[in-house]
Design a protein around this ligand. Structure first.
Ligand code: SF4
Length: 696
């Protein structure tokens, strides 16, 4: 349907970290229509398959429309009273660390803000973690180690301005499709632009690659160490920029000591990569889950950052490392303090001055003074009975956490599980003592931050169905019942945003870059019309890049290069489990499919759970196309459809992570994944499990 943009409502796609702007309206028959917003700086009108199918996902047939207590419908007052009472009891009897919130990059920033304030400032624990822990925690850790803060230096336009874009551990074509479309358009306009794709699989992203490097699982740090050594050998170090950097000699020594063969690449392949990278000044290195979801994810990130710092190729047009996040508001969650090891507004939980500033601003009775439990440890503490009450908001850990069967068992044994969601048809919702109905995309109000620090509004075009409520309001209602009415008394979403913006001014006063306090006095009507903006907002850097000036947020103002010793994945293939299992997304599904599986169009693309396997391996196992294969690991089991493909290498298999017990039997891939984590970031190693295969 052709519609006039002026009659449509501007909002943001709820899926990936590209953060595309959308226009939502109704056609003459009243049907909701969604199209790309030509004025949004992330997508300029483009949408991918998931974005264009958004209108097909808003039906109410599977929605949770009223609170439930132990399976029966309840009034909001009764449900909220019960949640407040049980959380208060546990805190009184066992202390604040006996409760936890496990939240999500699906939350809007305002929801996140209230959850974080309640847990860290009022309950007095930092046991709030987010499924972003599974997504980009290693990037956060790498940024903080190198820059002193979790700051993404660049902007999307740098990818288009670069002469070389390196994509490592990123299937951008499927996972961030509009950004990929922007790159394809840039290549069309400037055919001399070059692309390197570093991935064990030959993914759809390789269509744009001048060079595909089929790296060994976990081999990235060895490759970037080899690059750093070669940067120095070829005299490509930016000595002037090194005045702003500590640790070059140690990082170089470690790079020289590391064995490039651990990358699994030939000398010729490594040389070709170094030729391109070193020979091209304007280079952006894009990385995503292939780097982050690793037991050495933080080190891989720092190996990448080392190369950009050594060459001064950072924060300048067309240059820099670029972490692209998986979720729509993963960056907002980072900014607002949704991670167990962050405070709020990029302030540091381990910094006494930051803690005092936040506590003073909140007028809070207490403030968490140590990091809380990260996702994997949080569910272990639930299993051990140390956490006795948990509130899970918009995420499905029974499907998405590693060792997912153990997470299910932990929740089954937990004294009190609260789940807020838009549907009761998730594997996690089934285990809730209290289920709280939430508003969904197109019904809720708030802001999100995309991968290049652009903050955009999500806007409401549909009424809240049944008794569904905004999450920030539900959280605030519980806080009021726990005795903190004055501090959680907002009536409008815009008031939550204004308070958050004011708190960012406190961060700014502490020397943190995240300062959006220009919006601290925002009125409801200004909030209604808020156009996308990219932080920082200060006059010097407005909407710009970071670190080209060599100013970092470490105590001495210098960046840190780290000596990186590459480490292999923790599990190695063996006689019992001879295959390496890689996991990831498909093009047309999102997370555990609660929304995207409602679209018949999206279900047509790879419509059932499958295992991508090389024909040679399939032959050896007597497996033919579309056979069923039983996949077992030390942790669990799944049964999948065989998809023959030479895009995976012999000995390696790939399975998507979307299917649930609700949508398919025995296809929860994370039941196969071992719960080992990066020691710095706590991010699980989701892409390097070991499995055995047998015809089913
Ligand atoms: Fe939505 Fe990401 Fe697709 Fe954009 S690229 S339309 S944000 S899923």
């Amino acid at each position: 349907a052709r519609m006039d943009a002026a009659s449509m409502t501007r909002s943001t796609c709820p899926y990936c970290g590209v953060g595309c702007g959308v226009l939502i309206g109704r056609d003459a028959s009243g049907t909701v229509v969604v199209k790309g917003d030509p004025e949004h700086p992330a997508n300029f009108g483009r949408l991918c398959s998931k974005g264009t199918a958004l209108a097909e996902t808003i039906s109410l047939d599977d929605r949770l429309l009223a609170p439930r207590i132990d399976g029966r419908e309840a009034e909001w007052d009764e449900a909220l009273d019960l949640v407040a009472e049980r959380f208060s009891e546990v805190i009184a009897d066992h202390g604040p660390d006996a409760v936890a919130f496990y939240v999500s990059g699906q939350l809007l920033t305002e929801d996140y803000y209230v959850a974080n304030k309640l847990m860290k400032g009022f309950i007095g624990s930092a046991n709030i973690d987010t499924n972003s822990r599974l997504c980009m925690a290693s990037s956060v850790a790498g940024h903080r180690r190198a820059f002193g803060t979790d700051t993404v230096p660049g902007l999307y336009e740098d990818l288009e301005e670069a002469d070389l874009v390196v994509l490592t551990g990123s299937n951008l074509a499927w996972c961030h499709p509009v950004l990929y479309q922007r790159l394809v358009a840039a290549k069309t306009a400037r055919p001399e632009m070059k692309f390197v794709v570093i991935d064990p699989r030959r993914t759809a992203t390789c269509d744009i690659a001048d060079l595909h490097l089929p790296i060994a699982s976990g081999g990235d740090a060895a490759l970037f160490n080899a690059l750093l050594a070669e940067i120095e050998t070829r005299g490509a170090v930016d000595r002037a920029y090194l005045n702003h950097v500590n640790g070059f000699d140690e990082a170089l020594a470690a790079a020289r000591a590391s064995d490039p063969a651990l990358s699994g690449l030939s000398d010729e392949q490594i040389a070709a990569f170094c030729d391109l990278w070193i020979g091209t000044e304007k280079v952006v290195t894009v990385y995503s889950q292939g780097i982050n979801q690793s037991s050495s994810g933080s080190d891989k990130v720092n190996a990448i950052l080392n190369c950009h710092l050594a060459t001064g190729r950072i924060g300048k047009p067309g240059m820099g490392p670029f972490s692209v996040t998986g979720q729509p508001n993963a960056m907002g969650g980072r900014e607002v303090g949704g991670l167990a090891n962050m405070l709020a507004c990029h302030m540091d939980i381990e910094n006494p001055a930051h803690r005092a500033a936040v506590q003073g601003f909140w007028q809070a009775p207490t403030i968490a003074d140590k990091p809380g439990l990260k996702a994997v440890d949080m569910f272990r503490a639930v299993a051990e009975g140390k956490i006795k009450a948990i509130w899970i908001i918009h995420t499905n850990p029974v499907v998405s956490m590693p060792d997912a069967d153990a997470v299910r068992a932990a929740l089954e044994g937990c004294d009190f599980v609260v789940v807020s969601d838009v549907t009761d048809r998730t594997d996690t919702a089934k285990l809730a003592h209290v289920l709280l109905p939430a508003t969904a995309w197109a019904e809720k109000e708030g802001t999100v931050t995309n991968s290049d620090r652009t903050i955009s509004r999500q806007r409401r075009v549909l009424p809240a169905p049944g008794q569904a409520r905004h999450d920030w309001r539900t959280l605030a209602d519980v806080a009021c019942r726990m005795g903190w009415d004055a501090e959680f008394s907002w009536t409008l979403t815009s008031e939550v945003f204004a308070e958050y913006a004011a708190l960012s001014g406190v961060a700014g006063a502490q020397g943190v870059d995240f300062d959006i306090s220009d919006h601290a006095a925002i009125t409801p009507s200004e909030y209604a019309g808020l156009a996308p903006f990219t932080w920082p907002l200060g006059p010097a850097k407005k909407g710009g890049r970071f670190f080209a000036d060599g100013q970092f947020h470490t105590p001495d103002g210098k960046a840190r290069m780290l000596p990186i010793v590459p480490r292999a994945p923790q599990s190695a293939p063996s006689a019992d489990y001879p295959y390496r299992l890689n996991t990831g997304r498909t093009r047309d599904q999102w997370h555990t499919m609660t929304r995207t599986s409602k679209s018949a169009r999206l279900n047509q693309h790879l419509g059932e759970p499958y295992l991508e396997i090389h024909p040679l391996d399939a032959d050896a196992l007597g497996l033919g196309p579309a056979d069923l294969v039983e996949v077992t690991s030390p942790e669990g089991r799944a049964v999948l459809r065989v998809l023959l493909s030479d895009a995976v290498r012999p000995g390696e298999v790939f399975a998507p992570m979307h299917w649930t017990a609700e949508t398919a039997s025995a296809a929860r891939i994370d039941a196969l994944v071992k719960a080992v984590t990066d020691p710095v970031s706590g991010q699980p190693e989701s892409k390097a499990s070991v499995v055995a295969l047998k015809r089913f």
